[in-house]
Each structure stands twice: as C-alpha cells, then as structure tokens.
Design a protein around this ligand. Structure first.
Ligand code: ADP
Length: 174
C-alpha cells in the first residue's frame, strides 16, 4: 500500500460557507438540528436539504443525538461542497478542559472524510465560539491533531472567522 503524502494545512480568514472543497466540517451540537454560529450559517446557506438529512440521522442511528467527539456526514445542499461533516465539540468547562474530545472531533472528521473519499476538507475552529474553548489552546489541538492523523485527505483548510482566530492558527503553524 502507498503511504499517503502528508496533509497540506492551509489557513483562510473568512466564512466557511463560501469555501469550495469536497467537505465542509460543521461545529454542530449533539441535537444535529441546527444552532447558532457556524452551524446556523451552514444551514442558512446550505438550505433545508441538510436539516432534512440531519433529521433522518436522528430518526435512525443517532436517536439520542451525535455524541461529543464523533462525526457524521450529510449532503452539503446548496453549498459548494459534496458533503457536510457534522461533529460535536466539547464545552470547555463541562469537559474538564480535557483536550482528547476536541482532538477526537478533528480525527473523527478526517476518518469520515477518508470513508467518503474527500480530498479537501475545510474546518472551523471547533468549540471556540459558544463552547468557549480558549482560542490558542484550541488552535494548538487542531493543528497538532490534523498533522498527526494518518489520512488520504490532501488539504485541510482551517477557515477562521476573525483576526483573533486567524492569528492564533498562524502562531501554531509557525
Ligand atoms: P462551538 O459551539 O463549537 O463553539 P460556534 O459556531 O459557536 O461553535 O463557534 C466556532 C467558531 O466558528 C468560532 O470561532 C466562530 O467565530 C466561528 N464561526 C462562526 N461563523 C463562522 C463562519 N460562517 N465561518 C467560519 N467560522 C465561523
């Protein structure tokens, strides 16, 4: 078997819903039924097809919702992508600040991306909004996990919504 080339990590300051990639990762909540922040933006621009697919997941294998740290894919609706990969980040205080669940979001999203055959994947800064994970620590966990996860994904693009997030990721990429 060929060993995949190391993943290329790129940074963009902008809106993840405007990216053109194979898969866009959503920082969802475990209900999968939409929320604020990046989740709301993805459902607004992606249209009702994504929510319909999420409702089907709730009616089938995720009756109790998607557990924190796991990931699942749906259609990307009207977004310029083939799939949305929904993952549920940990809430900073509630998780006891244990980095493993946040790392799991990145690892599991890449595993789902590999199952789908996605080669370009856009991630937001998971858990750094209403879930309040400190930005520098979240950026470190994100970059380290992506670099240390074996994957056939060729490009991981972190899409950072504001300067503070963008600069935190720049510091990690070094
Ligand atoms: P969480 O519940 O995981 O904290 P949020 O959506 O509240 O998720 O925030 C996660 C990160 O996504 C925050 O840094 C927020 O600024 C950012 N964000 C919000 N909207 C967008 C968007 N349209 N594109 C990219 N990032 C976004």
């Amino acid at each position: 078997m060929r060993t995949p080339a190391p993943v290329t990590v790129t940074l963009v300051r902008g809106d993840i819903t405007l990216q053109s990639v194979d898969a866009i990762v959503n920082a969802a909540n475990s209900s999968l039924l939409g929320g604020g922040g990046v989740d709301g933006a993805i459902h607004r621009r992606g249209g009702p097809e994504i929510l319909a697919a999420c409702r089907e997941l709730r009616a089938s294998q995720y009756g109790k919702g998607l557990p924190t740290g796991q990931a699942v894919a749906t259609t990307a609706g009207k977004l310029d992508a083939r799939w949305v990969i929904h993952t549920v980040g940990p809430i900073y205080q509630v998780s006891g600040n244990d980095p493993s669940l946040l790392a799991s979001c990145y690892r599991e999203s890449l595993r789902v991306a590999d199952e789908l055959g996605a080669r370009t994947v856009a991630f937001p800064a998971i858990s750094t909004g209403v879930y309040r994970w400190p930005m520098d620590d979240a950026a470190r966990i994100a970059v380290e996990t992506v670099r240390n996860t074996p994957t056939a994904v060729e490009e991981v693009r972190f899409v950072l919504f504001d300067d503070r997030a963008y600069e935190a990721f720049v510091r990690q990429l070094g």
